[in-house]
Design a protein around this ligand. Structure first.
Ligand SMILES: Nc1ncnc2c1ncn2[C@@H]1O[C@H](COP(=O)(O)OP(=O)(O)O)[C@@H](O)[C@H]1O
Ligand SMILES: [Mg+2]
Length: 213
């Protein structure tokens, strides 16, 4: 059965599309059969995946009533399905959560990001409690300045609220911006930042790294 990984955070600009693009690239390069379903009308990941140099399957699904049937079809073929979502709460984002095995919630080191992440986590928890399969969720700190005091404050807000958070951080890297505008997989310092996040997800057993047989 394919694993569904949704990137959700109701605050826009927190790094959903960036984190999705790097993780999908690494898994695709590892030989897994990966597809991205972009449900965000802004189409950031679909545009990235459509560029020369990007070598990853993708499709757009903007009709919330169609997300479940679309996923059911894709699950027959793919090992991993990534869902990108818009930066606001909607019926579509609730579907993206309840269809997921894993929800990743990026948060930059700012109060609006932290508040958006806390609310998003609460949605995941409410939906997970209601259904048969449990939905794992982790906050991923993104685009962070190591030395800023706000970074510690935001991290503490998550820990005080007992919200699962990766220790790995997707560091602030110009290479990540270039990757989204140029297409293709992360390179150089963007790649090493991405690998740290991927390694922790593997240690936590949060992602499937096995190909279907
Ligand atoms: N770790 C990072 N380092 C540098 N720039 C980043 C990083 N993460 C995100 N960005 C930049 O922040 C902006 C918003 O990121 P994006 O992934 O589009 O967020 P979202 O999909 O949540 O709206 C983009 O310009 C992106 O290039
Ligand atoms: Mg986006």
């Amino acid at each position: 059965m394919a694993q569904v990984i949704s990137l959700v955070q109701e605050k826009g600009g927190a790094g959903k599309s960036t984190l999705l693009a790097v993780l999908a690239s690494l898994m695709n390069d590892d030989g897994l059969n990966v597809i991205i379903v972009d449900t965000d009308p802004q189409q950031t990941t679909a545009k990235w995946a459509d560029k020369d140099g990007s070598n990853i399957d993708f499709l757009t699904e903007l009709d919330d009533t169609r997300l479940t049937p679309t996923l059911n079809q894709l699950k027959e073929t793919y090992d991993v399905i990534f869902i990108d979502t818009a930066g606001y709460s909607s019926v579509m984002t609730m579907y993206a959560i309840s269809e997921a095995d894993l929800v990743l919630i990026p948060s930059k080191a700012s109060e609006p990001d932290a508040q958006g992440a806390l609310k998003t986590y609460q949605h995941v928890k409410n939906l997970s409690d209601k259904q048969k399969h449990s939905i794992k969720a982790y906050i991923v700190m993104n685009d962070v300045d190591k030395t800023a005091r706000i970074t510690d404050d935001v991290r503490k807000a998550f820990d005080d609220n007992k919200i699962p958070r990766l220790n790995a951080i997707l560091w602030s890297r110009t290479g990540l911006k270039e990757m989204i505008s140029e297409g293709g997989a992360p390179k150089g310092n963007a790649l090493s930042a991405a690998r740290e996040v991927m390694a922790e997800l593997q240690i936590l057993n949060a992602i499937n790294t096995k190909k279907r047989v």
